[in-house]
Design a protein around this ligand. Sequence first.
Ligand code: NDP
Length: 316
Amino acid sequence: MSEIETLDCLIIGSGPAGYTAAIYAARADMKPVLYQGMQPGGQLTTTNEVENFPGYPDGVTGPEMMVQLEAQAKRFETDVRFGFITKVDFSGSIHKCWTEDGKEIHAKTIIISTGASAKYLGLPSEQKYLEMGGGVSACAVCDGFFYRGQETVIVGAGDSACEEAHYLSKLCTKVTMLVRKDEFRASKIMADRVKNTPNIEILFSTDTVEVLGDDNGVTGALVKNSVTGEEKTIPCTGFFVAIGHTPNTAIFKEFIDLDETGYIKYAEAGTSLTNVPGVFVAGDAADKRYRQAITAAGTGCMAALDAERYLAAQGH
Ligand code: NDP
């Protein structure tokens, strides 16, 4: 059997939440080890320009910002490891975790910062422009600004889609909302808000056939009415997808309280505490409301401070 490693602080996940937790934990001499997970750098690595993170007056690309956060965490000797945690056991007083290659880790404190993944339609054309950074986005608050004065399309019918359509309507000349059924899933108040916004056109029973574009990026969307079969092209330079997120919390569900959609529940509002003492959560794994790099970073700080206090109370 391989040797068990015992840590004061294990951080799972490498988005802004995880790296901020690492910076604080390392500076508090908790000698954190951070496992980067499946997508080192997290969701920001799929974003182009980040203009709303304070401290970057000229903006910064998502991947560049994650390189800087990693460097800052390492400066204080965070042990950043490429790899991921595949299994946990929080049933006893010792928190046990296993890596993908079978290594067993016992940690006095654990900070979960595994984030969430935006859902996409899965069309090859959508993925092409997403990878190109050429007009496909799952975050209107992050990227809407780049389409000001232009026409955009947004897919989805939940509260997020309504909120984001409304956000885009203030920046864009026209927003076309594609709803696959003949009704919204969103709350009435949110749906009414988009219905009453003059520059939002709602197309019900409408599916996306293809995202259209050229070498510079998106130029339109080919859509099809599922009732009449009629196809048409909607011109747009931004194609937004707001069809939900999947929190990356599956490995914790046996031990950590999750809500009905899989997000981790805080044991105490305004803290990072989970139902398991010594296990804390930061970032989008517990946040379906804000989902911003800055809010993730803020909760990462909170989790490290809560973990430090927990360790101190245990006599460390
Ligand atoms: P939801 O799961 O609530 O909604 C997803 C929407 O996307 C549904 O309308 C669904 O359609 C549609 N959809 C899913 N897959 C596809 C697809 N392949 N093609 C086209 N449409 C698709 O996700 P949200 O992110 O909107 O909300 C998540 C949670 O967060 C909810 O509980 C919501 O209330 C909450 N929230 C609250 C806010 C607030 O209060 N301010 C703001 C944002 C979110 P269909 O209806 O046909 O299934």
